[in-house]
Design a protein around this ligand. Structure first.
Ligand code: FES
Ligand SMILES: [Fe+2]
Length: 373
């Protein structure tokens, strides 16, 4: 049997270079992250008019801000004069306007050029034409999603559709009222691995028995290695003796009241390509946003969202947070263990996927298809 002929149980992964080659990464930035909807910030982080965040989306820095009319807007974070980066901070607040630190061109929260030295002497300079370049914005699940494409793909099909397809019911995710929940904890992980390794890892549970002892205690079916979490409509059931989705199986906090009986005591995981994971349990929602920064470097921001009352009352959510924080650390260490091997001659034509991982092949085909467009 030659290396290219595989037994039916195995299918090939992408070649190692897909995870290391800067040119492939640049193509992914262009054809994936700069074309599709990208989950950038939590809307509640923009808590008042003038609050802003900046986010790396593909190769662009995007400025996301709340305007005086309470709407959220996004712009390329680039001054229209000579191209200085307008906001260098990751977050902040402006009293009224954004002023470029170079020659002081000044933009309103709606992006319009409102002032510049000697602007009155240049009546032919249109303030909208020379305003900040706008970026498409949508809000869903309490997050601000941006799209850099001139003509964004359908948000309903690409983003909301992913959740519906996974849960089998458009109402199912809405019952967690994710947009009304509050951030109980946020942890930022600097992962020395390609973003696709992180997606692939999230899509399979073949590794759960080996590296996730706390998770398999709460979700015993995960120890079987089959990605039961990916059967349409299926949520992994809590162990009989688990009182909640916590690191020691102790009780969690107040259940989200609109979650249905059949969603109770179950865990659902959703991948929203290309950079979001949503995890649903009865008393909280965990959202991962990935920011791919280089072929071998990805920042992951993970939010643990609970009922507002729970967060405002300062209730102890540490055991809930600790469970998935450990899962994250275990997963990201596994991805970092694979990353250096992607450059090895052993991985030149890739590795293999066993049957319980075969659905990852569809993700590979999706990536390859996007790059070929
Ligand atoms: S580059 Fe911004 S004002 Fe000149
Ligand atoms: Fe995992």
């Amino acid at each position: 049997m030659t290396a290219s002929e595989l037994p039916p149980s195995l299918i090939r992964t992408l070649p190692g270079s897909s995870y290391t080659d800067p040119q492939i990464f640049a193509l992914e930035q262009e054809k994936i992250f700069e074309q599709l909807w990208f989950c950038a910030v939590r809307a509640s982080d923009l808590d008042k008019p003038g609050s802003f965040r900046t986010a790396q989306v593909g190769r662009e820095s995007v400025l996301i801000t709340r305007s005086r009319d309470d709407s959220v807007r996004a712009f390329l974070n680039i001054c229209r004069h000579r191209g200085a980066r307008l906001c260098t901070e990751e977050q902040g607040e402006v009293r009224r306007n954004f002023q470029c630190p170079y020659h002081a061109w000044t933009y309103g929260p709606d992006g319009k050029l409102v002032a510049a030295p000697n602007l009155a002497g240049m009546p032919d300079v249109d303030r909208t034409t020379y305003g900040l370049v706008p970026v498409h914005v949508r809000e869903w699940l309490g997050y601000v999603w941006v799209c850099l494409a001139d003509e964004p793909p359908s948000f309903e099909a690409d983003v909301i559709g992913a959740a519906t397809q996974r849960l089998g019911d458009p109402e199912a995710i809405e019952r967690y009222r994710t947009e009304e929940l509050a951030v109980g904890r946020r942890i930022r992980y600097e992962v020395r691995a390609n973003w696709k390794l992180i997606v692939e890892n999230f899509m399979e549970c073949y590794h759960c028995a080996t590296i996730h002892p706390e998770l398999t205690d709460v979700l015993p079916e995960f120890a079987g290695g089959y990605a039961a979490q990916y059967y349409v409509g299926h949520g992994a059931e809590f162990a009989d003796d688990a009182k909640g989705f916590t690191v020691d199986g102790s009780a969690g906090v107040d259940r989200i009241p609109t979650v249905s009986e059949d969603q109770d005591r179950r865990y659902y995981a959703i991948t929203v390509k290309p950079q979001v994971f949503v995890n649903l349990v009865p008393d909280h929602v965990i959202v991962h946003r990935m920011f791919p920064l280089a072929a071998d470097r990805t920042v992951v921001e993970c939010d643990w969202l609970f009922l507002k009352d729970v967060v405002e009352a300062g209730r102890d959510v540490s055991r809930s947070v600790e469970l998935f924080h450990r899962v994250n650390v275990q997963d990201f260490e596994a991805c970092e263990r694979c990353q250096p091997a992607m450059d090895s001659r052993a991985y030149r034509s890739g590795g293999v996927l066993v049957p319980s991982e075969h659905h990852i092949g569809a993700f590979h085909a999706w990536v390859t298809g996007r790059l070929g467009d």
